[in-house]
Design a binder for this molecule. Structure first.
Ligand code: T1G
Length: 702
């Protein structure tokens, strides 16, 4: 059978080199596994060849099974005839040569080889749990045999990538090849050196045992993060089988667990999220030739919480970054906050001391505009007022090189108004970070009307370069993430007027999968901040639905954790939220004053009141052409608001209920509560045609 175009065989003397070439990441797409098997059989049948190397063309080894093929009913080879089995059974040694990534089925193939060599920059891992499944190619049986049960449990239930040097220390990798040299040459030399070694070191022949207690302990330790999910628990079951059953029985157990997960709702939702996060980078209405400017010399204006976090985000990803503020005292305060933030990470053990020093050394406080006049991008992160930001943009426009990009971290102000005070509106965009800016992955790139394609592409690429997921948002009040979230923030307080309590709403949302309830989040962020926004909207919009209960708490000085009381009460030095009878009394008396009829709520009604209101607003955003696609809004909810990933995202979750049911419920609430529940036209049309929300065709970007 001729070499499959995705796998070919070359000969380096007596070493057969089997090369996978399935761009962009050498996933195990159609023909790849078959090609590996065919070429392996060919080399084993060739007496001139003494050993083999399995290597990837392009930028990576094998990045895993082709995720696009899941759930499509694509036939897989039966156990005993898969690449893992054929590699295992090979009478001649096979060396896996790893660069880039060896993930999932990629690492599983490598572990079925007899040896593994990798360059220092390579990363390996079994990330299947992140897409709601488990390693189905023997990974749950081989990895424990290489690294022990406890380490295998940690790696498989987190899915984390392991840098090659750590993988070598753990026993996954046998040899590290120098970066920069030829991995192929190193692998061929290594293969030559072990070609005659017998018996062949097969991972399956190793044994692994463990204290049975570690599995129960692991199940307990993941309980909060893994609630409502199956895959993490199935991973533990599979590793337990590796420690309690013969290899082939363990393989059968793994296959059984895998089959149950592949078609699960959580796996479908997590696959959707995986691809949505890649789709969000695509800007279909920009010229395909648009190239991003490779930012080299950033500056941040404003050393407050956000500005400091943004500077940290730059430093965390290797940028030297300048930071400036209105005066030395503000700058010193900002730098101290940055040092404290890093010190907290070091104390927690999530950052090494020397790495903290390296990052701090990249953040350069400067005193004046002249010091940043050589920068190619500036991110403004000063007080959220137009009359503060505009003079800064005018000044930046005057001192910065003409081709420098000026970005603003504003969370809601009109980007066109900001661009209007400069002579370079084509090089202005919003880069809206989410707090804490060095932690939250979402970066909303806000598109003013005059921004050039290069500016938009540069902002999107810059976000990715500092570890963010960049998502394009139209220039509308609240942009996309916060605007779609705004009705949720209102409904949660209106529910209190009707008889709910903060702790009831929070329990529902935590049970649904949020890490924290929205009232507890409010207390963390500060209730005074929300009050500012409500005042601004009430002043400009006579129909704005006021929230007396929320306003009352702020009037009482209950700003949340920072004042020891907000929606909840806090003990000194403790961030645990405690339900507060005083808040219940305020709610009761204001609801009575407003004459709101009281009722008992089911969990489902609470959940739908909050999320359906945002689904409706998301549809309005799409029909106004302020977002590229529904899945972009899902990505924003996953990475901006902690929406549970195993439910796919706001729109994906609503599709699980059904667009017609969502519409009918919103139409009913429209009758009951008036205009704030008026269904969007797009939602109505989708319901009429029974088109899933995630297939909605938005208006062209406006
Ligand atoms: N299948 C299909 N397409 C994939 C893919 C995969 N495994 N991995 C990446 N792509 C596409 C991706 O959609 C994008 O497409 C392009 O490649 C570049 O990806 C049997 C069952 C490898 C770390 O989970 O983590 O093996 O948008 O933008 O940032 O037990 O891709 O260009 O059209 O992410 O450099 C296990 C998933 C599968 C790895 C590279 N493997 N991939 O990151 O590029 S399950 C994974 C990644 C499995 C076995 C089980 C990352 C990456 P497009 P990218 P990147």
């Amino acid at each position: 059978m001729p070499d499959s175009p995705v796998v070919r065989l070359e000969k380096d003397g007596e070493i057969g080199v089997i090369i996978v070439n399935y761009p962009p990441v050498n996933a195990l797409g159609p023909g790849v596994s078959e090609g590996i098997i065919d070429n392996l059989n060919t080399t084993n049948a060739d007496p001139s060849l003494k050993a083999m190397v399995l290597i990837g063309d392009g930028r990576s080894f094998i990045a895993g099974a082709d995720i696009r093929g899941f759930g499509t009913g694509r036939k897989r080879a039966p156990i005993g005839q898969r690449t893992y089995d054929v590699l295992d059974a090979s009478p001649k040694p096979v060396v896996a040569a790893i660069h880039g990534f060896a993930l999932g089925g990629g690492l599983e193939n490598a572990m079925a080889c007899h040896y593994r060599i990798a360059v220092t920059s390579a990363k390996v891992g079994l990330p299947e749990v992140l897409i709601g499944i488990l390693p189905g190619g023997g990974g749950t049986q081989r990895l424990p045999r290489l690294v022990g049960a406890q380490t295998a449990l940690e790696l498989i239930t987190t899915g984390r990538h392991v840098p090659a040097p750590e993988a070598a220390r753990l026993g996954i990798i046998d040899e590290i090849a120098p970066d920069g040299g030829s991995l192929r040459a190193a692998a061929v030399a290594y293969a030559r050196s072990i070609a005659a070694t017998r018996p062949l070191p097969r991972v399956r022949d190793k044994t692994v045992s463990a204290d049975p207690a570690i599995f129960g302990a692991m199940r307990k330790s993941i309980a909060h993060k893994a609630r409502n999910q199956k895959a993490p628990y199935y991973c533990i079951d599979a590793v337990e089988a590796a420690c309690t059953r013969p290899f082939d029985d363990g393989i059968q157990r793994e296959a059984q667990l895998f089959a149950e997960l592949e078609t699960s709702d959580e796996a479908k939702a997590l696959r959707y999220a995986f691809f949505a996060e890649r789709e969000v980078a695509k800007l279909p209405d920009l010229p395909a030739t648009t190239a991003a400017h490779d930012v080299a010399n950033p500056a941040v204006i404003g050393a407050g919480t956000m500005g400091g976090g943004i500077a940290m985000a730059f430093a965390d990803f290797g940028y030297d970054v300048k930071i400036m503020d209105a005066n030395q005292e503000a700058l010193d305060r900002g730098m101290q906050r940055i040092r404290n933030n890093y010190a907290t990470s070091v104390k927690r053990g999530s950052l090494a001391e020397d790495e903290m020093q390296r990052r701090l050394a990249r953040i350069h406080p400067v005193a004046s505009y002249q010091h940043i006049s050589d920068c190619d991008v500036v991110v403004e992160a000063v007080f959220e007022r137009m009359d503060v930001k505009q003079p800064i943009f005018a000044k930046l426009d005057a001192v910065m090189p003409p081709n420098a990009f000026l970005f603003s971290n504003t969370s809601a102000l009109d980007m066109d108004e900001l661009a209007a005070v400069t002579k370079r509106p084509d090089r202005i965009a919003g880069t809206h970070f989410f707090s804490p800016a060095n932690v939250m992955k979402l970066l909303e790139v806000v598109r003013p009307s005059k921004a050039s394609p290069e500016t938009l592409m540069t902002a999107m690429a810059l976000g990715r370069r500092i570890g963010k997921i960049s998502a394009m948002a139209g220039n509308t009040d609240g942009f996309v993430a916060n605007r779609s979230r705004a009705p949720f923030n209102s409904e949660m307080v209106i529910l209190l007027e009707e008889g709910c309590l903060p702790e009831q709403v929070d329990r529902v949302m935590v049970d649904f999968g949020y890490p924290m309830g929205p009232f507890a989040v409010g207390d963390l962020a500060g209730l005074d901040i929300g009050a500012e926004g409500r005042k601004r909207r009430a002043a400009t919009n006579p129909n704005y639905r006021k929230l007396p209960i929320a306003d009352k708490l702020v009037e009482m000085g209950r700003y949340g954790q920072k004042t020891g009381a907000g929606w909840y009460r806090y003990e000194t030095g403790d961030r645990t939220p405690h339900p507060d009878p005083d808040v219940a009394a305020v709610i009761k008396s204001l609801a009575a004053e407003m004459g709101v009829p009281q009722k008992a709520f089911t969990d489902s009604e609470i959940l739908r009141r909050l999320l359906f209101s945002s689904v409706n607003e998301a549809c309005r955003i799409l029909e106004e052409g302020k977002a590229y696609r529904p899945s972009d809004i899902d990505v924003m909810w996953l990475h901006g608001f902690g929406f549970p990933r195993y439910r796919g995202g706001l729109m994906y979750w609503a599709d699980g209920i059904g667009v017609r049911d969502v519409y009918n419920q919103i139409a009913a609430w429209h009758q009951q509560y008036g205009d704030r529940w008026a269904p969007s036209g797009l939602l109505r049309d989708l319901a009429q045609t029974k088109t899933p929300l995630r297939e909605a065709k938005p208006a062209p970007f406006a």
